[in-house]
Design a binder for this molecule. Structure first.
Ligand SMILES: *Cc1c(COP(=O)(O)O)cnc(C)c1O
Length: 394
């Protein structure tokens, strides 16, 4: 997920344009900014590139998730179904909304198993948070259908899957709201940043207000704005948006390079006995930020992860032992440990997360190793890498 590898001349020029105007904030100052609106420009370009009616940028992928939950009406006591293989931000934002996280299992797509989502639904389910992990898609068609049948809101976390598609449609545009992240290690970056995508005008109206203390942004005078509801300050600065404008323009080039590098590795590893690739519901839509392989057993995967590191194959992740991305090491989340007491703890709704068991997900993640695909690799480097990987995995 390496947009940072491409920070260069275009990003530099964009930032200088903002500095030259002196207007670093996205709202107001209409006179001095002389027609320069970087956040708006990024939003328009995002909407066009992702094929969605509205994009609204915000300060991070995490604030995009908080915004998505809020504008979809997820609040105290509401259940949100989500996968145990994700980033802690999804759990944090659900808990901070006062809502109840309910885990559904993943399958060999490394994303939600629709059958497990169906089983996790209760009359209190308000939303399903589908996370498109490691650059590629969940079974989003089946999950969408399920949400429609149960009349539950679908929110997508496409933070790790910018530019990926399912049957030609961008991930992040299937649910009522889709969330993107532009943090420093994502496919495109602006240092810190995020966006919500939606086709629904009312959802957009709520989102743009929510990220700015509920300002309705109805008139030209910010001081005179109405505040129909409360919100937060999740605004993105013009400086960050400027970097985002430059990076978004390079998204297709980034995808092209990632796909080329990944195809070389994948072709080279195909046919190794016992080695399986992550299942992709639509291989053509993979953004190719990662190559993920499944080994026959947890023991094999642990051995392979160790051997790959020893062979100098960097950028490999054994998620099963990772405390940011997999539920096994989320003790602080499961015990609701927070500087201030969380609503879920105070009111005692929801089940005891310390007691959950997810054998189906464990069986998948326990066998999985993912490898980051980099942009600056030369063909020679990829060939060398492949040779090392083959000697370990064969
Ligand atoms: C990075 C990430 C986020 C959060 O994005 P930030 O911009 O870092 O706040 C959310 N979900 C997933 C799956 C992520 O990888």
């Amino acid at each position: 997920m390496p947009g940072f590898e491409y920070i260069g001349e275009a990003e530099h020029r964009q930032v200088l344009e903002v500095m030259a105007s002196g207007v670093l904030m996205r709202y107001g100052f209409d006179g001095p900014r002389k027609g320069q609106w970087k956040c708006r420009e990024l939003e328009e370009n995002l909407a066009t590139r992702f094929g969605v009616r509205r994009a609204h940028v915000c300060s991070s992928g995490t604030s995009a998730l908080s915004t998505a939950l809020a504008v979809c009406g997820v609040g105290a006591g509401d259940e949100v179904v989500l996968p145990p293989f994700t980033f802690v931000a999804d759990l944090e934002t659900v808990l901070l909304a006062g809502a109840v996280p309910v885990f559904a299992d993943i399958d060999e797509t490394l994303c939600l198993d629709p059958r497990s989502v169906a089983a996790a639904m209760t009359p209190r389910t308000k939303a399903v948070l589908a996370v498109h992990m490691c650059g590629a898609m969940a079974r989003i068609d089946a999950i969408m259908e399920l949400c429609r049948t149960h009349q539950v809101t679908l929110i997508e976390d496409a933070a790790q899957a910018a530019g990926a598609t399912f049957h030609g449609k961008a991930l992040g545009t299937f649910g009522r709201v889709g969330c993107l992240s532009f943090d420093y290690v994502k496919t495109i970056t602006c240092g810190e940043g995020g966006a919500v995508l939606t086709d629904d005008e009312e959802t957009y109206r709520l989102a743009q207000a929510y990220t700015d203390h509920g300002h309705d942004h109805a008139g030209a005078d910010r001081g005179a704005d109405g505040h129909p509801h409360i919100g937060a300050n999740f605004r993105l600065s013009e400086l960050h948006a400027a970097v985002g404008v430059a990076q978004l323009a390079r998204l297709d080039e980034i995808l092209e390079v990632q796909r080329r590098h990944k195809a070389m590795l994948k072709d080279g590893l195909a046919g190794i006995r016992g080695l399986q690739f992550r299942e992709l519901p639509d291989p053509a839509g993979d953004s190719a930020t990662f190559l993920s392989v499944l080994l026959p057993s947890e023991h094999d995967a642990r051995q392979a992860a160790k051997a790959l590191a020893e062979a100098g194959v960097d950028g490999c992740f054994y998620w099963y032992d990772n405390n940011w991305h997999y539920h096994r090491k989320w003790d602080h989340i499961k015990t609701f440990t927070s500087p201030g007491r969380l609503a879920i703890d105070r009111f005692g709704y929801g089940s005891d997360l310390t007691k959950i068991t997810l054998p189906q997900s464990d069986a998948v993640i326990g066998r999985t190793i993912s490898m980051l695909i980099k942009l600056r690799w030369t063909e020679e480097h990829v060939r060398d890498r492949l040779a090392r990987m083959k000697s370990v995995l064969a």
